[in-house]
Write a protein that binds this ligand. Structure first.
Ligand code: G1P
Length: 303
C-alpha cells in the first residue's frame, strides 16, 4: 500500500436526536440502546477497530456525552467495578478503549449528515478518512468487517474514494442513498465497480439500482472541499450524498459490494430483529432463546 492511501481515522456521526426511537431516546442516546448486552455504538466502534482504524472522531451533540462516558476507562462505574473485582464484566469495552483514541467534535446546529462530517474537518483535514454510520449493523462473523472490506479496496487503488453498498428490496430505496452503476452488476469475482452517480433516497420508480449505501465510506480529503460548497438539498439538509455527487465530477468513486448480513437498527422493527439475531448467535442464549421463541409463537397462535 502506498503511503498516500493510509487511513487511520474514522468519523462516526452521533449527533442525531433519535426521534424514531422515542420515547426510549428521550433521556438516552439511541447509540447506547443495547443489542443483547452491548450498545449499538460498541458494535460500530468494534467494526472500525477490527479494520485497523486507530482514531474515532465522534460528531456529537449535547445529550451525547454519555457515549464518551461509555468508552471512558476511568469513569466512576469502571472504578467501582474494579474495587469489587468485577472489572471483567466490562473487559470488552475496556479492550476497545485501549485500542482506539477517541476525539469528539460538537455539531452545534444540526444541518444534515454532510454538515456533520464537515465538523470533523479540524481533526481529519488533509488526510484520507473513513465514515461509519450507526443505523445499519453489518454482521460478518469473524471475517473482514464491512468498513475493512471498503478499506482494502481503497488501499488496492491509486486514487478515488470507496463506498460500501448492499442490495436492498425495491420498496426500500427511498430510505437510502443509492448508487448508479450504469447497469453493471457485481459478480462473485467482481466485488468492486466504478460508480456513475448517486441519488439520495429515490422512489422505487426513479431509482437507478437497488444498491444502497448502508453508511460505510472511505474518502480522500477532497470530500471536505466538496461539502463546503454543498448547498442544502433533500429535506433542507446538507447531504453527504450531494457532496459525493459533486466530487464525482473530479475524482472517481468505487462501490464495494459488502459481504455480510445487514440489520437496520434505525427503525424499531429492525432493532428487535437485530436483538433476536444477535441473541441466537450467542452460544449462551442460542438453545434457550430458540425454544422460547418457538413457544411464544405457538402461544400467540402464529405457528
Ligand atoms: C443517511 C444517508 C443515506 C444513507 C443512510 C444510511 O440517511 O443520507 O445516503 O444511505 O444514512 O443509514 P439517514 O438514514 O440519516 O436519513
Amino acid at each position: 500500500m502506498s503511503a498516500n492511501r493510509k487511513v487511520s481515522k474514522v468519523v462516526i456521526p452521533v449527533a442525531g436526536l433519535g426521534s424514531r426511537f422515542l420515547p426510549a431516546t428521550k433521556a438516552l442516546p439511541k447509540e447506547l440502546l443495547p443489542i443483547v448486552d452491548k450498545p449499538i455504538i460498541h458494535h460500530i466502534v468494534k467494526e472500525a477497530v477490527d479494520a485497523g482504524l486507530e482514531t474515532v472522531v465522534f460528531v456529537t451533540s449535547r445529550p451525547k456525552i454519555l457515549i464518551e462516558d461509555y468508552f471512558d476507562p476511568a469513569d466512576l462505574t469502571s472504578h467501582k467495578l474494579a474495587e469489587v473485582h468485577k472489572a471483567h464484566l466490562i473487559e470488552e469495552t475496556l479492550e476497545l478503549s485501549r485500542k482506539i483514541d477517541i476525539v469528539s467534535v460538537r455539531q452545534y446546529h444540526p444541518q444534515g449528515l454532510g454538515h456533520a462530517v464537515l465538523q470533523a474537518a479540524p481533526v481529519v483535514g488533509g488526510q484520507n478518512f473513513a465514515v461509519v454510520l450507526g443505523d445499519d449493523l453489518i454482521r460478518t462473523r469473524g471475517k473482514t468487517t464491512a468498513i475493512g472490506q471498503c478499506l482494502a479496496d481503497f488501499q488496492a487503488r491509486d486514487s478515488g474514494s470507496v463506498i460500501g453498498v448492499l442490495r436492498v428490496p425495491s420498496d426500500q430505496t427511498s430510505l437510502y442513498g443509492i448508487c448508479d452503476l450504469g447497469g453493471a452488476d457485481f459478480t462473485p469475482s467482481t466485488r468492486s465497480l466504478k460508480v456513475r452517480g448517486f441519488v439520495e433516497k429515490p422512489s422505487p420508480s426513479e431509482t437507478p439500482s437497488n444498491w444502497a449505501l448502508p453508511g460505510r465510506y472511505v474518502f480522500e480529503p477532497t470530500i471536505l472541499d466538496a461539502l463546503r460548497e454543498t448547498l442544502p438539498g433533500k429535506g433542507g439538509e446538507i447531504q453527504l450524498t450531494d457532496g459525493m455527487v459533486s466530487l464525482l465530477k473530479k475524482s472517481p468513486f468505487y462501490a464495494q459490494a459488502i459481504e455480510g448480513e445487514r440489520f437496520d437498527t434505525g427503525n424499531k422493527l429492525g432493532y428487535i430483529i437485530a436483538n433476536v439475531a444477535y441473541g441466537l448467535d450467542d452460544p449462551a442464549y442460542r438453545a434457550e432463546l430458540s425454544a422460547l421463541l418457538k413457544e411464544l409463537m405457538h402461544h400467540e397462535g402464529l405457528i
